[in-house]
Design a protein around this ligand. Structure first.
Ligand code: CA
Length: 339
């Protein structure tokens, strides 16, 4: 049978059509050694009141990225139904097994949720989660915000982002939502490989989709949590779901105009950063050196910028291996106040 015709095995304990505040679960049956008839219980909140748009807010798509879960567990706890016009659906930790393990991918099936879309109802645990979002949650949403950070192996400048899209009106609405989010940096983001991403699944459905990268290193910071918390509320205000105007400060608009933005390590070794996040860089400048670790007396390999811009992301751990993304250079747009 065609997989897309099968029912999802996930059962929500919340009713998406009911007004008020509901805290419940997406219950995903998982028969394992520790529980024959067990379930993965993915926390979800639905806050609904009256007519209006639906926002779908998610974190923990990768399990080792923390600003989204911190901001969204907090928002779910604090958002009152009478403050809302429309509906807010909050899933603070989409790939819940990965989130509980503190890892990017699921400990059950090694699934990287953000490379698994549209998913399958008859697939792995991670594929089943993706399928539920594709067929049941995304269709409910007008506005979609998916929080990311760098996880254990990357660190980013704190930015909200959208992608170039074939539908220019949809693209305009996505970037207006990025501006409303109000992060210190706003990115026109390019992906290394967009196939299988939640972003792509939402965008092909015509949704207003905003993502973020907010620092990383497998932890959260006070400053980045504050950006996440304010950004979520700003976006709900921008959508007309919450009263009030978004509180936004200055933002620096960045672009990733080509795949030359991404620099990959061609050596194993010990990383010596020569530039820090936010530093201006010139094409040909050394961003980092990779020192061989096997013996003394060997020269380091130099990793150079392929274009002018700012250092927007970097490999986080002190050791690097061949093929790791070592540095991302983004170009600075003329205007810092694009509306
Ligand atoms: Ca991520």
């Amino acid at each position: 049978m065609d997989a897309c015709r099968l029912a999802s095995p996930i059962v929500p304990t919340v009713d998406f059509g009911t007004k008020g505040v509901q805290h419940g679960f997406l219950r995903l049956p998982y028969s394992g050694d520790d529980s024959a008839w067990g379930s993965v219980m993915i926390p979800i909140s639905v806050i609904a009141n009256g007519r209006g748009p639906t926002a779908l807010l998610t974190g923990g798509n990768h399990g080792d990225e923390y600003e989204g879960p911190v901001a969204l567990f907090d928002l779910a706890r604090s958002l009152a139904a009478d403050a809302v016009r429309g509906r807010v659906i909050i899933v603070p930790a989409m790939n819940y097994p990965a989130f509980r393990a503190g890892t990017r991918t699921s400990p059950i099936d090694k699934g990287n949720l953000n490379r698994t879309f549209p998913g399958r109802p008859d697939g792995t645990i991670t594929e089943k989660i993706a399928d539920y979002f594709t067929r049941h949650l995304l269709p409910l949403a007008d506005v979609v915000l998916d929080f990311h950070s760098g996880g254990r192996t990357l660190e980013f400048l704190p930015y909200a982002a959208a992608h170039e899209l074939p539908d220019k009106e949809q693209e305009r609405r996505c970037f207006a939502a990025v501006a409303a989010f109000g992060a210190p940096y706003s990115m026109r983001m390019r992906e290394i490989d967009a196939i299988g991403m939640y972003d792509t699944a939402a965008e092909v459905m015509g949704k207003v989709f905003v993502t973020t990268e907010l620092a990383g290193g497998g932890t959260a910071r006070a400053v980045t949590v504050a950006i996440a918390r304010r950004g979520a509320r700003n976006l709900l205000q921008h959508a007309g779901i919450l009263d009030g105007q978004p509180e936004t400060g200055p933002t620096l608009w960045l672009d990733m105009p080509s795949s030359e933005c991404f620099g990959f390590a061609e050596d194993d070794g010990l990383v010596e950063p020569r530039k820090d996040l936010g530093d201006q860089v010139r094409k040909g400048e050394v961003l980092a050196c990779i020192h061989p670790t096997g013996r003394t007396g060997t020269a380091p390999a130099e990793h150079r910028a392929a274009l002018d811009g700012v250092l927007a992301a970097r490999h986080f751990p002190g050791l690097v291996k061949v093929g790791d993304c070592l540095a991302v250079v983004a170009t600075v747009e003329e205007s810092t106040t694009r509306a």
